[in-house]
Ligand binder design. Structure first.
Ligand code: FAD
Ligand code: DHB
Length: 392
């Protein structure tokens, strides 16, 4: 089998890329290790920057998002000294974010892709990449117990943090930047009334976040140990912690209800550089992960492939590799800004066991400053709504 761009992974990065390539008249082929049902149910991110929403429309997959996406014009931050309101609409005139589950994005992108005659091989696991420095790199994969190869002009490694693409690059060619925070997030989805606003909390017992997936579906998180044992978290304990940390002591704001899903997410920043090697280009979590606090991971994946698709389009139109050669450099500028912002918010909002009283005072003072300073809130707002997608 042959294709122009072989895409490994049907997460947001791989699916957005496939759509953008098709629009540029470039042939591609997607391999996905898991079943369609599995990836359409995998609960993850939920906050879409306006540029990501625009991209959904650009690729013709935005209809349901327009109906069901929940515009979020502000976020709240609660702490011992009060409630900070970051009014996105006012601070970044006219710009907001939209809450829409990542699995809904994935569902819509798959449906639109198949409706246009695109191919995705599900339950087709890439086993290895070969010939990355040749004109015809190949992907070896296994499906239904049979092994096969696809020959490509280029390979897009969109297979997430644990995929095979990044390890296919000789380690000596990469620099890894890594910071593991000493805690995790316990996330739940529940049939319960969410808080009225997207609300982040800094509390002496730890961070909490109240988000949503619908008028009666809450998506909430509490800071926990990095290696947390979920058996220690009864539903009652989770709700109690959420009420306390979100300063809903009277239990009047946050509804309680049946917990449908519970999982622990690590809090980590990781970047690999460069994001390319020979004819392999990494995009999304395959190249970088950010702490979830900034809600940037999915949006970064979209920004990467937006740049990559334009570079492929230029190559297939003109045979110039100029944009492809600059792919990593262009993406990493934006990636590092998202890493910086996500680490900043993580440091601002979490409980750090190792903090000295001095460091805790600095954290509280930063929150106090945000409460009073419009300039400080504007910095949060312009990063939260997302820096522009740029390809130079
Ligand atoms: P993935 O979504 O991981 O997709 C990679 C795909 O490749 C997967 O489908 C996988 O099955 C497939 N694959 C892997 N190996 C192979 C192989 N060998 N062969 C074939 N296929 C393979 N980000 C935000 O922007 N906003 C948020 O609010 C947010 N909240 C989050 C909350 C949680 C709890 C978590 C876990 C993450 C959150 N993120 C958030 C991060 C976001 O989910 C990721 O950054 C995003 O999924 C990255 O997309 P991707 O396409 O690069 O990778
Ligand atoms: C959600 C996830 C995040 O990481 C975040 O910062 C805000 C909201 C969510 O899942 O809705």
């Amino acid at each position: 089998m042959r294709t122009q761009v072989g895409i490994v992974g049907a997460g947001p990065a791989g699916l957005f890329l496939a759509h953008l390539l098709r629009r540029a008249g470039i042939d591609c082929f997607i391999l996905e290790a898991r079943s369609r049902e599995y990836i359409e149910k995998r609960v993850r991110a939920g906050v879409l920057e306006q540029a990501t929403v625009d991209l959904m429309h650009e690729v013709g997959a935005g209809e349901r998002l327009k109906r069901e996406g929940m515009p979020d014009p502000r976020i709240d931050i609660r702490f011992a000294g009060g409630h900070i309101v970051v009014d996105l609409n006012e601070l970044t005139p006219g710009k907001i974010v939209t809450v829409y589950g990542q699995q809904e994005v994935v569902k819509d992108l798959i449906a639109a892709w198949l409706a246009r005659g695109g191919t995705i091989e599900f339950e087709a696991e890439a086993l290895g990449l070969d010939g990355l420095n040749s004109e015809r790199p190949t992907i070896l994969y296994r499906q239904n117990g049979r092994e096969d190869t696809i020959e490509c002009d280029f390979i897009a490694g969109c297979d997430g943090f644990h995929g095979v693409s990044r390890p296919a690059i000789p380690d000596s060619a990469l620099t890894h930047y890594d910071r593991i925070f000493p805690f995790g997030w316990l996330g739940i989805v529940a049939e319960a009334r969410p808080l009225a606003e997207m609300t982040y909390a800094n509390h002496t017992r730890g961070f909490a976040l109240a988000s949503r997936r619908g008028p009666n579906i809450a998506r909430n998180y509490v800071q926990c140990a990095a290696d947390e044992n979920l058996d220690l978290w009864s539903d009652t304990r989770i709700w109690d912690e959420l009420h306390v940390r979100l300063k809903d002591d009277g239990k009047t704001e946050l509804g309680e209800g049946r917990i449908l899903q519970k999982a622990v997410t690590p809090v980590r920043a990781y970047v690999t550089a460069p994001m390319q090697h020979g004819r392999l280009y990494l995009a999304g979590d395959a190249a970088h992960i950010v702490p979830p606090t900034g809600a940037k991971g999915l949006n970064l994946a979209a920004a990467d492939v937006w740049v990559l698709a334009r570079a492929f389009a230029e190559f297939f139109r003109t045979r110039s590799r100029e944009r492809l050669d600059r792919y990593s450099e262009v993406c990493l500028k934006r990636v590092w800004k998202a890493v910086r912002y996500s680490c900043y918010l993580t440091s601002l909002l979490h409980r750090f066991e190792q903090h000295t009283p001095f460091e805790r005072q600095l954290q509280l003072t930063e929150l106090e400053y945000l409460l009073r300073s419009k300039a400080a809130r504007t910095t949060i707002a312009e990063n939260y709504i997302g820096l522009p997608f740029e390809d130079n």
